[in-house]
Structure formats: C-alpha cells, structure tokens
Design a protein around this ligand. Sequence first.
Ligand SMILES: [Zn+2]
Length: 498
Amino acid sequence: MLRLRRWLYVFCVSGPLLLAQAPDASKFSKEVQQYVRVQKPKVVLAHVRVIDGAGHAAVDDQNIVIEGGKITAIQSGADVTAAKDVEVLDLRGYSVMPGIVGMHNHLFYVARPNLDSRWHGNEPLLVPQMTFSAPRLYLAAGVTTMRTTGSVETYSDLNLRDRINAGVLPGPHIDVTGPYLEGKDSYFIQMHQLASADEARQFVDYWADRGVTSFKAYMNITRAELKAAVEEAHKRNIKVTGHLCSVSYKEAAEIGIDDLEHGFFVNTQLDPGKKPDVCSEGEGVPTLKAMASDSAEAKDLIDTLVKHHVAVTSTLPVFESGGMPGRPPLRQAFLDVLTPQAREAYLYRREKPAKESTAVTPVDSTDDDWPMLIKRDMELEHAFAQAGGLLLAGPDPTGDGGVAAGFGDQREIELLVEAGFSPVEAIKVATWNGAVYMGKQDQIGSIAVGKNADLVVMKGNPAVKISDVENVEIVFKDGVGFDSAKLLESVRGRYGEY
Ligand SMILES: [Zn+2]
C-alpha cells in the first residue's frame, strides 16, 4: 500500500511523461535518486574537451553550461565558482560527447536451455526479458536514447518507458518497437506468425494504438505482409526496420522500408536457391561472400538504398562474437554484470570447437571465412556512408559472443573505427545519425546550445584513442547527471536473469 501511494504520488505530481521538460531531480523516486550524482539547477562542465557528435574535430578546454535540462552555453574554458544552485565540475583530462542513440538495443537476452561446452542445447531458444538490468547498463554506458528493435514483452517495454520518463525507474529514453512482424516457420517461439497482409495491417494498428513507436520486420515475412505493414505504419508516421531474409534488401527498399538491420550481413539477393518470400538457407552469408564492396552489385545496391532513403544499422559487436582470433581480451566489468549461467554460456562460446553447429544460429563466427566476412561488411558499411547513406549503430545484445547492453554500444563505436571511420565520424554515427533517423535532431544527437543536455562524460580522449569511450563516469540525461559506476554496481551478477 505504501508502495502504491508512492507511485501514485510520482505519477500525479510529475505526470506520466516528462520527456518534454527537464525532470526535476527532487521528483525522482528514491530508487532513481541513488544513482543521481549531479542535479543542481545550473551545472557547469568546466575545462572539458568537446566532441560534438556532428562530426567536427574535438575542441579542447571548453565550458558547457546546463540549465533547466538544456545546454545553454558553450564557451572557452574558464574557472567558475560554485554557488548554492550552481555545481561546477572540473573536467580537465575528460571529454564529453552526446548521449549515444542506440538503434539496435534490445531489452532481452538469450537463454539456451541446457547449453553445454560443445554449444549444444535444447529447443526452444528463449529470450528472457531484461527489464531490470538492461536499462541500467544502457544508461551507465552513455546510451540516453534507444530503440528496442523488436519486443517480446511489449507491455513491459511500454510500461518501462513510461516509468523511466516519470522518474520512477532509471534508464534511457526508449523508442518501443512493437512485437516482431514475422511470417510463418519462425524459429523464435515467442514471436507471433502473421498469416496475411490483412493481419499485418491489423497487427500494426493494434500495437500503434497501444503506444509502440517503431516496428521491425523479421526473417520470414512475405513481401505482401511487409508492404502492408509499412503502408499502415507510415500512415501513422511510424518507421519500420527489418532483420530480413525472405525479402532481399532491394525488394524491401522498393517496398518502402525505412531501415535495414545488421549491416550487409543478411541481404539474400545472391543466395543460391533463394525463392521469393522464403528465407534462404544461407540467410545472407553467401550474398555477403559474393558481393565485394567495389563490385557492380554492391554499387547498384547502395545506390538503390540511398535513392530510397533507407538507413542501415551497423551491429558489428554481435558478429565480432567470441571465438574469433585476434579480438581484444574480455572486459572484467562486462563479466561482472553477467549471471554465472550467462558467463558460462559466453565462455563456452569463446571456446566453442571449430565447425560445431550452433543449432539455433546458422550465422557461425567460427567459420573460417568469418574474419573476411566481417571485413567485407565493414567495407560495405563504409561505402554506404560514403555514398550518402544514413548509417546507424547498435550492438544487438543477444548473448551471441557475449554482447551485452551498454558495453556493446561502446564496442560498436570502436568497431566503426576499425571499419575505416575516424573516431569523431564513428561517434557521429552512434549519436547524430540516430537522432536524424528518429527525427529528433533538433533536441538530441549533438552538443549545441538549445539542445537537451544528454551528455556522456568520460576520462581521456576518444577522438585520439577510441577505446576511451569505455571510460564513462557521468551520464547526463535531460541535465541530470547519473553515476555510471553505481548503475553498474546495481546490476552486478544480474544480467541474464532479469
Ligand atoms: Zn536484434
């Protein structure tokens, strides 16, 4: 009862949506308050290096002034005196970049029942909800806005979004994606299987009425179902992305899809034996193998995507995966947040014998050609961006190879640098580009006067050494600074459970 009253208080006093105005930190729940580190009405980030997210060179020694949740001034570095309502952070040796806009950021993980060291397990593969841990990990890593990119517990995700906005729970701003738009013969037992184009329309209408703000098509959808869903979503100004297989990238572009997930890994146009409306056995890998970035097919595809304004979401961490040689050592902080079971599954994955079937994931990172495929995809993503395509970033934290919420968002930026982007360009892909895709570039995505103070403060200089994006200490969301280490600590040993 006490609990209920406190919740009612929060909802009545602050209203269910605080998105538009700056949250008054005093209205945060006790739970959220624990993670708040900076909350004075006026905050000055003094002597900080600014990486603006718009792709400009980093500028050393700046002062950023935050008032009412907004950036109100950016000036040359100067000493400022703290006062009753003014907090001054001396950030010499630190950098600040815009909050990450994570575009493939799930609120679930993957469970493989009875997984053993041969990477054998029982069906069905399940994706348990991470409603507690994932939002904390995202915020701790610097993600201030995210798209769920497919939901399995859609009501949980919608309520989570609203409770975060109301200050009841910690986490980023969330674009809730509806349940997957999937066709028949799905291997995911938690997905509904559409039977017709009419049903696809009904599905979009139902979930848009419940409050979802994006949709994602999946591997077995037909062209007719995809077309119906895209038309219905566009009537409501809602965008549709897809992790496709049954429909090729070019077909989806012609249909009017807005975004394609997983870089160029899941385009099936050159897969042998590909039949219309049916997912091919190779799930896009043969096409990637066959499509050099300077080939006529690649050029034609990229031209088609750019002409139709189709974005592409890079999800390199999920493909980097454990078990691939030459990859960086494990991050202890990442292992620390996993449950013992999730940690074991991840370590099994790293030690997975070559050529063992993954049973549930045909995409096999121990394939001999895998390093070549990653390189090929990186080249295509870079060529797409060079050609004027809108490249987005997200980690796809589904447990394959140990990609986790938040940690994966940082790793994605590092891998974009490996793909040939400069550090400030890679940061732009992960911040500004996502904001542009969401139509929120006037509020978020870069550091400029008048924008929401969604900012990531980290030690070091990622403009020179990109792995410094891992050194996050404070994450500002609407002008309130959250303590990254405290958020991580609250999740210790929990990710993979709830
Ligand atoms: Zn995904």
